[in-house]
Write a protein that binds this ligand. Sequence first.
Ligand code: CP
Length: 310
Amino acid sequence: MFKHKHLLGIEQLDKNDIIQILDQAQQFKEIINRPVKKVPTLRDFTIANLFFENSTRTKLSFELAQKRLSADVINFSSSNSSVKKGETLLDTVNNILAMKVDMVVIRHSSPGVPIFLSKHINAHIINAGDGTHEHPTQALLDAFSIREKHKEFKGLNVAIIGDIMHSRVALSNIFCLKKLGANIKLCGPPTLIPKYVEELGVTVSHSLEETLAWCNVANVLRIQMERADDAYFPSTSEYAAFYGLNMERLNKLSETITILHPGPINRGVEITTDVADSKHSVILDQVENGVAVRMAVTYLLFSQRMQQRN
Ligand code: CP
């Protein structure tokens, strides 16, 4: 039995919770690769996907995961809603819940919105990314994709490269991979690495060459242009010259490394096209695994209620 009602962040999970989600996702991955991909498990449950910020992968992946579990699904985008007429977040959510919704999946630009909602509403909540805070299902699907390649986390060297300062993916990955026993090094220009981040139990390097020689896995992050301004580095071409992952850098390594990227990719900035599309990259595996991981999280959060129902 899964003990949590919500998935607000990886910070609230322990190692056993994470392993339980990854193992459950493994079962769902097998199911969604069968000719009949759908299970009746969440028939009679209704889930609302509330996206107050743009998304391609996360939104579609949650919707597909919910449909594979046979839940009823409604989708909300703030850009064409009454939010534009001044409705508050809580009013919007309460109006949606009045339609008898059991679970809310929320993406919002403000850190802490899922935690705020968990104190004010009765439905299950999944954080689909809250500002620069956490993106827990991304970290879980990253961990799942790493486990497929490397089996063990203990002693594995994972580099997180790029815009750590503005990245919710970085924080959730740090929490998740630390709990699983991996070693983590953050790499990027000093302006994009938060002060005192070593207190989270990670090391920091400003040398991409040194970082690549150290790691087994490199998780390359996008420069978050929408959260930053270009004062963090002189130009995107200079960023690419110092911190862009390219084939020349990979070819100098004595061992093959696994490359992840949460997407969307800025090709030619943090990663070149030949690397993103190479055999070293598991970027599309991450997307495939995202559906199984989101099925697992959704299913486990409902597990207590399913037991009461039976
Ligand atoms: N990785 C990720 O969160 O992508 P989207 O913004 O497209 O959902």
